[in-house]
Design a protein around this ligand. Structure first.
Ligand SMILES: [Zn+2]
Length: 308
């Protein structure tokens, strides 16, 4: 259902430059948890299409504007560090000799193993009418668990208690969700790369590893000192695995502030990426340290989404 060929008119506007953001590449484009996984078949078609129509650059070259005039210039990125990036995306990137950057967290080093967003998506697949998280009751309203003042769990985690301690509380309260995410049919959508897989992926001549924060916290909603600590922890962790400097960051949930950008630059992240929109479009647009990305989601034809 997502295999439509894009219309050639979508590429009528020459010279557009776009960084694309993928998440997972799975076997069949499942929307069971969320819309963040693209099927292998669609991804291969998209690579063939972009290769034919566009100039595909590494992220560093894109930031340095090594563009070709008269063609769309694009760069490809992946967020979250799913194992399926290693098993499904890497072989296709190598087959078509397309460069990409994969932004990885440090979650596989924690006891929790799963990204909080996948974990919360899976909580929503349970049949309970209400769940208790910490001291708050969440009732399922239109399919989303919502507290008594109308905040969804997602909102609460991103904006109200955005530190990792609260996420750990959630992980500990739902042991059945760990089991669910570990079921063979769910692993492809939830498993993250371990250290060895990150190392192996980094050795591909077509893949660069970048930071996606350590805990996938929304860095605009935690204390600056905690955000700085997380940035450093992520950089140290990844540089302990790969044999080059980690100087790119795709902000988790696209969340940052001007102060976080400064802190990230001081830590050594020269190339920073937003998600779908800038946090502060006035200052970010002219800020050479940060660029925006266009997310590819499994809820629209990819022809529509690859408009350049
Ligand atoms: Zn993410």
């Amino acid at each position: 259902m997502f295999n439509y060929a894009p219309l050639s008119t979508h590429f009528a506007r020459k010279g557009s430059n776009t960084i694309f953001m993928y998440h997972g590449i799975d076997s069949d484009g499942s929307n069971r948890f969320n819309t963040r996984h693209t099927s292998k078949i669609d991804f291969e078609k998209q690579l063939i299409y972009l290769k034919k129509t566009s100039n595909i650059l590494t992220l560093e070259d894109f930031f340095q504007e090594k563009f070709i005039n008269g063609k769309p210039n694009v760069s490809i990125t992946f967020d979250d560090g799913y194992l399926n990036n290693y098993t499904n995306a890497k072989p296709l990137l190598e087959k078509y000799e397309v460069p990409a950057t994969v932004f990885v967290t440090g979650i596989n080093r924690t006891e929790d193993h799963f990204l909080w967003a996948d974990f919360v998506d899976a909580i929503h697949l349970t049949n309970q009418n209400e769940v208790l998280i910490g001291d708050q009751v969440y009732q399922k309203i239109n399919g989303i668990y919502t507290n008594t003042i109308g905040q969804s769990i997602y909102y609460y985690i991103k904006n109200v208690r955005a530190n990792y301690t609260f996420k750990q509380l959630i992980y500990s309260q739902f042991p059945n969700v760990h089991d669910f995410l570990n079921l063979p049919e769910n692993r492809e959508l939830s498993q993250l790369m371990n250290d060895d897989q990150i190392v192996s992926l980094s050795q591909s001549p077509f893949v660069q590893i970048g930071s996606h924060g350590f805990y996938h916290n929304n860095l605009n909603k935690i204390l600056l000192k905690d955000a700085t600590h997380e940035l450093k922890a992520s950089k140290e962790y990844l540089e302990g695995l790969v044999n080059y400097e980690i100087n790119t960051i795709g902000y988790p949930d696209g969340a940052y502030t001007d102060e976080v950008k400064d802190a990230a630059e001081k830590v050594g992240f020269n190339y920073q990426l937003a998600t779908d929109h800038y946090q502060n479009s006035e200052t970010d647009r002219s800020d050479k340290r940060i660029m925006n990305r266009k997310g590819i989601y499994n809820c629209d034809s990819w022809g529509n989404q690859l408009i350049l």
